[in-house]
Design a protein around this ligand. Structure first.
Ligand code: AHR
Length: 323
């Protein structure tokens, strides 16, 4: 039925009680929404899986998704949010690159009465009512799990355990919290020392580059690499091999995310463990978006459930991995 005909049909129904069926906006009948998604970029295997999950969950639910790839720049994400506000989308999903700098734009979204859902990373803002819920992981716990694996795996060794750390994007929630959780666990034993710690921005290329510098400065002194994500660990593995050392043997390799690339590295005997961080947040996000638009209460944090995968289980688990 074309819109003109629909309007005249609705006019015919006026006063019959059936008219409200036609007057109700389409999204609220079948809960079909227009959603703006301000993604950080495509810095890692994890992030690509996260984008795919949100896109396919939106399509499955019949929502229209306006997607913006910020290419790892906060100013691009702010521009995208402003454009979503101008387009009067129903809900905005934001994967904040870093924790700070969001106060003004989130206030603008609130003033426009557009609920903002945070996904995969969190923010620190003065007014917490400017966002509705955070869908994502417990990054402090992920850091703790990495630390606990290391303590357990090295409990029968003696002497100092020299650790180099590849941090995620400076000022991002997972980088801050994965460091915090890991430090909290290893500080219980003075044998464990972080001798170098630097950002590699969650990418393979920088992971390799920074690890090369660590190897140059510390050489064979390094016993452990703790990378805040698998991509940086995989880049670093290449640097370790090029330096003539054996990853997972001469240097223990710990990553986070549990992406397929990490499983392949573990099966090849080049990586020791990956702590899971699930990117498959799409279905939970779509459910939250419908509730947020309807003004229903949402928990402040919708947590993902995650595990730890050491190399010993990698081959068995690999066929079950979805990302
Ligand atoms: O916010 C989640 C983190 O962002 C992932 O661990 C990392 O790989 C990604 O880039």
């Amino acid at each position: 039925m074309n819109p003109m005909k629909r309007r005249s049909f609705a006019a015919m129904l006026a006063g019959t009680g059936l008219a409200c069926m036609w007057a109700t906006p389409a999204w609220s009948q079948g809960k079909k929404l227009v959603i703006g998604f301000a993604q950080t970029g495509a810095e890692s295997e994890w992030r690509t899986a996260n984008t795919d999950s949100v896109k396919s969950a939106a399509a499955a639910a019949g929502h229209e998704l306006k997607f913006s790839d910020a290419q790892q720049k906060q100013e691009n994400q702010i521009k995208a949010i402003r454009s979503f506000i101008a387009q009067k989308v129903d809900v905005i999903i934001l994967a904040p690159l870093v924790t700070t700098g969001w106060d003004t734009v989130l206030k603008e979204a609130k003033a426009a009465k557009i609920p903002v859902i945070l996904e995969s990373r969190n923010v620190v803002v003065k007014d917490p009512t400017t966002w509705t819920t955070f869908v994502g992981s417990d990054f402090v716990e992920e850091g703790r799990r990495a630390g606990k694996w290391l303590l357990e795996h090295t409990k029968n060794t003696t002497g100092d355990v020299n650790i180099v750390e590849l941090q995620g994007t400076v000022g991002s929630d997972p980088a801050i919290d994965r460091k915090k959780g890991f430090d909290e666990v290893i500080k219980a034993n003075p044998r464990y020392k972080v001798i170098r710690s630097q950002t590699a921005d969650f990418t393979r290329a920088k992971g390799k580059e920074v690890m090369e510098a660590f190897l140059k400065a510390e050489g064979k002194k390094i016993n452990v690499l703790y990378a805040h994500n698998d991509d940086m660990a995989i880049g670093a593995i290449q640097a370790i091999e090029e330096a003539g050392l054996k990853p997972a043997k001469d240097i223990l390799v710990i990553g986070v995310d549990a992406v397929k690339g990490a499983f392949e590295a573990m099966i090849a005997g080049k990586m020791n463990v990956s702590v899971e961080c699930s990117p498959l947040l799409g279905p939970q996000l779509m459910e939250a978006a419908v509730k947020a638009k309807a003004g229903e209460p949402l928990p402040r944090w919708i947590k993902s459930i995650e595990g730890v995968f050491p190399a010993e289980v990698a081959a068995k688990e690999f066929p079950n991995r979805k990302y």
